[in-house]
Design a protein around this ligand. Structure first.
Ligand SMILES: [Zn+2]
Length: 614
């Protein structure tokens, strides 16, 4: 049989090379552990469950199956193996995902698969890989400068003065960029990178007179910014004196987008899951200080108000977050700017206010970790906090003041999408301004109705599939005995659904012919989704041998009937053509064949068949 994806493999050299190592990489990877690094997985029978990272949901329909080493979401239909998960989660290509998994599993890949070049996406992929590599080398360079006995002495003294222990310096990969104009640039050129690459990575700037380039970061403490997999994608540089700007960040590049990452998430993820909450701070040193004091479930937003993307990232790990704000007006304003997305994110937000305008870094140094734990314990609900702030400026003893206060707060309440929550806050407001709850709710409902509300897109439903084909493959996948019979009685070509035909060849015929070696992530995304759905869907009457047998016979009979119906239609067409041509002998022959076909048709048994998820 011709392998339908052989052509694809031959054309795609990267896949072929990877394929040799892929089985080793997959064998060295546990999908539960991998996904567990990104999502809080909860055991549910033979599966693990979580809120789906690929669509918005309130009850978990994302499942991970350790036996099959696959994931599948019954809400949006996404599914695949460990490679597929990483590709979707980190937005990386197939070979990149394999490299990343290989690195995690400590498996070395053949050199060729690391240095492929190609056209189109291959080139992008190549450029991305180059950017990551340049950041890796630069991180190491900055790190060595910091550790250098003389060169790094001032920077090390500075870190000590801020109370950052060596272990934390190491953990965050902190480094030092010297005052030299081209120390890093020359190092990177020596390591084989081009000037253009260094500029594209945002690490060097072209000289105005066009005579070369110079380092962007000079005489700064260097803080690597990582993606959630821990790969360095940008840098923050801090001065160690009073010069400006205090912080300098990498510009946006092909691998770094402002507001798309949370600083420290790769180090905080497991602590966030363990603690069931995250602490969100504003700056690098606040974060580093908290980690150094053992508050490891902390991430930082780095200069922007929390973006929707960052909130989504956070939501993958937890449902509760503490915002640590400077109580200065700027900090409060930052909170207000993103308040609407915060209130509707499905996370439980709490606010921590540190006294006397202190930032977390200084607060910890002066008062210690226990004082911070105290502050955490006294956190306030975000909405209550905002209500208090808004209302506090009005004279609540006069009716005018009360009305003004309510008017100032209503838009905030109107931004709350959930009606029950909105009602709860309205109650709080009513108590706070000593007005009747009814009046406030009436006004609030009027405003909410009048507002053009965002509609949430409906969850994508998997498209309708020919049920006999789906069931046959389902039975074959879950029952070795059934698989044999299905293989003997069904030909791939007769399956009408293209994806199911592919799945049939891949997963039913495949294991017999040794084709199962192809990783799931290498087949079409649509086929991946349907196959994982098939694998993740248990048979309700799985234990009953007899029921399976009956369901199988029923499906096979239906398939035979379909086959014969099609044959009949074909015969009818031929008869019509023979009649038009006046070929009476042919008409008689075809008629006989047609009658024989109908005579042999067996009656259809009817079976109850339910696929359910356990
Ligand atoms: Zn989903």
């Amino acid at each position: 049989m011709v392998c339908p994806w052989a052509e694809r493999h031959e054309k795609d050299e990267r896949t072929v090379i990877a394929e040799e190592a892929v089985s080793r990489v997959l064998a060295g990877t546990d999908i539960v552990q991998l996904i567990g690094r990104y999502l809080p997985l909860k055991p549910a029978g033979r599966y693990f469950k979580a809120l789906c990272p690929f669509h918005n949901e309130k009850t978990p329909s994302f499942t991970v199956n350790p036996e099959r080493q696959i994931f599948h979401c019954f809400g949006c239909g996404e599914g695949g193996d460990a490679i597929g998960f990483l590709m979707k989660q980190e937005h990386v290509s197939f070979p990149e995902a394999i490299r990343s998994l290989a690195d995690r599993a400590g498996i070395s890949l053949p050199a060729r698969s690391r240095t492929h070049a190609g056209s189109g996406t291959g080139q992008n992929e190549h450029a991305r890989h180059g950017l990551l590599e340049i950041h890796r080398v630069a991180t190491e360079f900055f790190r060595q400068q910091l550790q250098h006995q003389t060169v790094g002495a001032t920077a090390r003294a500075y870190l000590r003065s801020r109370g950052i222990p060596d272990t934390v310096v190491e953990q965050f990969g902190l480094g030092y960029a010297t005052a030299s104009w081209d120390g890093l640039l020359r190092h990177l050129l020596r390591r084989g990178f081009s000037k253009q690459q260094v500029e594209e990575a945002g690490l060097a700037l072209p000289r105005k007179d066009g005579s070369g380039a110079y380092d962007r970061f000079r005489n700064r403490l260097m803080i690597p910014i990582c993606d959630s997999a821990g790969q360095v994608i940008a840098f923050g540089g801090r001065v160690m004196d009073d010069s400006a700007p205090k912080y300098l960040n990498s510009p946006e590049t092909a691998i770094y987008k402002k507001g798309a990452h949370l600083f420290g998430l790769h180090l905080a993820a497991s602590a966030i899951r363990d603690r069931g909450s995250a602490v969100v701070v504003e700056g690098y040193f606040d974060l580093i200080a908290l980690h150094a004091s053992g508050v490891q479930h902390t991430v930082a937003v780095l200069g922007t108000a929390l973006t929707a993307q960052q909130i989504t990232l956070l939501h993958r790990h937890t449902t509760r977050a503490f915002l640590v704000f400077d109580p200065d007006p700027a900090g409060i304003a930052a909170a207000r700017r993103c308040v609407e997305s915060l209130l509707n994110s499905g996370l439980d937000w709490r606010v921590i206010l540190l006294p006397d305008g202190e930032d977390p870094d200084r607060f910890l140094r002066e008062r210690g970790p226990s004082a911070f734990a105290e502050a955490l314990a006294h956190s306030k609900d975000l909405m209550e906090f905002l209500l208090d702030r808004k209302v506090s400026g009005f004279d609540l003893t006069s009716p005018e003041g009360q009305a003004e206060a309510v008017n100032a707060v209503l838009p905030l309440l109107g931004a709350v999408g959930n009606e029950v929550t909105r009602q709860r806050y309205a109650d709080k407001l009513a108590r706070r301004v000593s007005l009747s709850n009814d009046a406030i709710v009436r006004e609030l409902n009027r405003q909410v109705r009048g507002r053009k509300r965002d509609t949430i897109p409906l969850t994508l439903q998997p498209r309708g599939l020919p049920s006999i084909e789906w069931k046959l493959i389902h039975l074959a996948l879950h029952h070795p005995g059934a698989a044999d019979r299905v293989r003997k009685s069904v030909r791939a070509e007769e399956l009408e659904d293209r994806s199911l035909r592919r799945i049939f060849q891949y997963a039913v015929v495949g294991p017999e012919t040794g084709r199962g070696a192809t990783p799931l992530a290498a087949i079409e995304p649509e086929a991946q989704r349907i196959l994982t759905q098939l694998l993740a869907t248990d048979l309700a009457e799985y234990d009953e041998e007899e029921t399976i047998e009956r369901a199988l016979s029923d499906c096979l009979a239906r398939l035979t009937a379909r086959r014969e119906r099609k044959k009949g239609e074909e015969l009818r067409r031929q008869m019509e053509a023979a009649e038009r041509a006046g070929d009476h002998a042919m008409v008689a022959h075809l008629q006989a064949e047609f009658l024989a076909l109908n005579r042999n048709r067996p009656p259809l048994a009817s079976t109850q068949y339910h696929g359910t998820m356990k």
